[in-house]
Each structure stands twice: as structure tokens, then as C-alpha cells.
Design a protein around this ligand. Structure first.
Ligand code: MG
Length: 362
């Protein structure tokens, strides 16, 4: 065994720890050349140092371990070239997406820089109404709402009192303070990121607030010369809906365990309200120092009604009932009040916050 290297020396010379070597061996890479049956020591051949260097380089290129194992069965330059081509394609596709995003952002900025009315476009009239209710079961209200045209938001605080209440309020105050003009999707997303950071820092500074969190669903009406758009950001399971011509469409996607199970086909969509995991969130402000919101930019044509609400409403009232109220009650303030009352009549198990925003051409 003179020419073999003991694992300690091989580890030092290859730069791979014993733990990494073990995980490589599990997929058939750098399998020890010998093992001492008495001591259990593993030994490597000096020639395996070159193989270790090759594996390290392929790992730096982010080639999966199993693909490396297959490659080493029959190593050749063709496969390396193919991986290179795949990488070029991926980089080109990501670059194209970034270019398209830049073009889209340019359009939005242009729209906002040339406000409607000055360019022959029609400004939109924005009329909001809102309501919030503690419900019949919860001892405190931890839902909060923000009505500060063109910015609107709801937040559902998480954590026992007073933590949830502090979190939802802090999220909306930060969002409002950090939302810069001219209004844009990027400004809204940045303000949401700031809100997440603010909650994390406050919980860090005050031990009694540790573990607080909140959902956040916000929209900004971007009134452009060519077209009115809605910037929508979302973290958690509060929701934004668009109601137009009698049709209700959900603008946000819940960040919840149950949504994941539905997407995976493991739970039928109609069971989400009664599922024991319904309330578990996969993303919330306060879960991490940096939280990325989902962002979308639907276009608005003609008149539309936007609904923002916490799960106190959606867990109690289905889409058909929501649409019926939005269609029957013309005044947004009354519609919001009616929706909150409807949640109460269906049990009122949770706090409920609702904002109804009418957006109409002038
Ligand atoms: Mg709730």
C-alpha cells in the first residue's frame, strides 16, 4: 500500500473534505482504491488526484454529480462541448428575458412620465371603499389595510398578539412610506421588499416580537397615456381579484402549503377550504431578512373593479358569492362592508379586511 494515499493526505492534496468524498463515493465518483479491513481506513491512488481536479472543475460549471459520474465512464471532449452549448443557450435565453423586461419597464416609465390627459389619453377615476372586521372568534384584529391612492394594500398579521398586529401595521406603513413616484411596478416591488426588511429588523431588535410576520397584497394603479395598468405584488395568501363584465379572476397566487398540494395534483382544488394544512404559508414577510414578492402587471381596459382581501373572506366565501356581491352592490364602500358581513355570516372565524376599488374612464 506504499504508493496509495491515506484519506487524510488525499483530502489535503485534492482539497475535498472526507464528507464530500463520501458523498461522491455514494454516486460512484472517486471510489477509494482500497480500504483497510482492520482499521477501516480508505486509500486512494495518486492518479485519482487528476480525476478529483476534473470533478471540481465540472462542479464549478454546475454539472450535476450524476452527470459527472456518467461522463467519467466515457470521458471525451464532445460532452464538454455539448454542455458548453447548453450553457450558451441558457445564457442567451436569460439575456433575452432581461432585455424584454427592460423594454417593458421603458414603456411603463414612458407612460408614467407622460400622464394621461396631457397626451390625449383618458385619465381613470379611482374610487375605493374598505372595511375591516375582527370576526366572532379571534380576540384581536391583526388584519390591516392601506387606502392611499394610487396605492392600496391588505396585510394579515401572523403570530400571537401583539405580534401579528404590529407586523401587519408596520408592513403597510413601510410600504406607504417607501412607495416612490412616479408610480411603477418596480417602485411597488421595492417598497414591498423594504417592508419585509423592516419587519425582520424590528423582530430582531425586540425579543418580544420575535417570530412576527404578515402577508402582503398590494396594488398600484398606473394611469398611463396609452393604457392603464395595475401593478400587483403578493406575499402569502391574501389575494387580489379583478372583476370585469361579471367575471371574477384571481390576480395573485397563494404562497401556501395547500396551493403546492393542489398544484401537485395531490389535493382537489375544491377541498382547499377544509384542508387541515390550509393556513400554512410558504412565504410571508418576517420569515427571512429578504423576501421576494410575486409581481404582475395586468392591463386594464374600460371599467374594472379590483378586490383586495385577506383569507378571512376567501376561506369563508366562494368565488360565486364574491362575484354576486361585486355585481349587485354598486357603491365600493357598501360592497366592501357587505363582503365583510358575508364572511361573518359564514362563521366569522378569522379577521377580515377588504378593499374594493372602482377604476373607470372619465
Ligand atoms: Mg387571516
Amino acid at each position: 500500500m506504499d504508493e496509495l494515499l491515506a484519506i487524510g493526505e488525499f483530502s489535503a492534496r485534492s482539497g475535498l473534505s472526507a464528507k464530500v468524498l463520501r458523498s461522491y463515493a455514494a454516486v460512484g465518483l472517486l471510489v477509494p482504491a482500497a480500504v483497510d479491513p482492520w482499521s477501516g481506513y480508505r486509500y486512494y491512488a495518486p492518479g485519482q488526484l487528476a480525476e478529483a481536479r476534473l470533478i471540481l472543475l465540472l462542479r464549478q460549471a454546475e454539472v450535476p454529480l450524476r452527470d459527472i459520474a456518467a461522463f467519467l465512464q466515457d470521458p471525451g471532449p464532445d460532452q464538454l462541448r455539448r454542455w458548453g452549448q447548453d450553457l450558451d443557450l441558457e445564457v442567451a435565453s436569460r439575456r433575452r428575458a432581461l432585455d424584454e423586461a427592460r423594454a417593458l419597464l421603458g414603456q411603463l416609465t414612458t407612460s408614467v412620465d407622460n400622464p394621461a390627459g396631457q397626451n390625449g389619453g383618458k385619465p381613470m377615476k379611482v374610487t375605493p371603499g374598505s372595511a375591516v372586521d375582527r370576526g366572532k372568534v379571534r380576540p384581536t384584529n391583526q388584519d390591516a389595510l392601506l387606502v392611499s391612492p394610487p396605492l392600496f394594500a391588505v396585510a394579515d398579521g401572523l403570530g400571537e398578539a401583539p405580534r401579528g398586529e404590529v407586523a401587519s401595521r408596520l408592513a403597510l406603513d413601510t410600504l406607504n412610506a417607501r412607495f416612490t413616484t412616479p408610480p411603477s411596478a418596480e417602485a411597488l416591488a421595492d417598497a414591498a421588499r423594504e417592508a419585509a426588511r423592516a419587519i425582520w429588523q424590528r423582530a430582531d431588535a425586540e425579543p418580544s416580537l420575535e417570530g412576527m410576520g404578515t402577508t402582503l397584497t398590494a396594488v398600484a394603479v398606473l394611469d398611463g397615456a396609452e393604457q392603464t395598468r395595475l401593478a400587483v405584488v403578493n406575499v402569502g395568501d391574501s389575494r387580489a381579484y379583478l372583476f370585469r363584465e361579471g367575471q371574477l379572476s384571481q390576480l395573485t397566487r397563494d404562497h401556501s402549503v395547500i396551493q403546492g398540494l393542489i398544484d401537485a395534483g395531490e389535493v382537489p382544488p375544491e377541498q382547499w377550504r377544509t384542508h387541515p394544512k390550509r393556513a400554512l404559508l410558504t412565504r410571508a414577510l418576517g420569515m427571512a431578512p429578504v423576501v421576494e414578492p410575486d409581481i404582475s402587471l395586468p392591463a386594464l381596459a374600460g371599467s374594472a373593479r379590483v378586490l383586495l382581501c385577506t383569507d378571512g373572506l376567501t376561506a369563508q366565501v366562494d368565488g360565486t358569492q364574491l362575484a354576486a356581491v361585486l355585481s349587485a352592490v354598486t357603491d365600493p364602500e357598501q360592497a366592501a362592508a357587505e363582503l365583510v358581513q358575508l364572511a361573518g355570516r359564514h362563521g366569522g372565524d378569522d379577521n377580515t379586511a377588504v378593499i374594493v376599488i372602482d377604476i373607470t374612464p372619465t
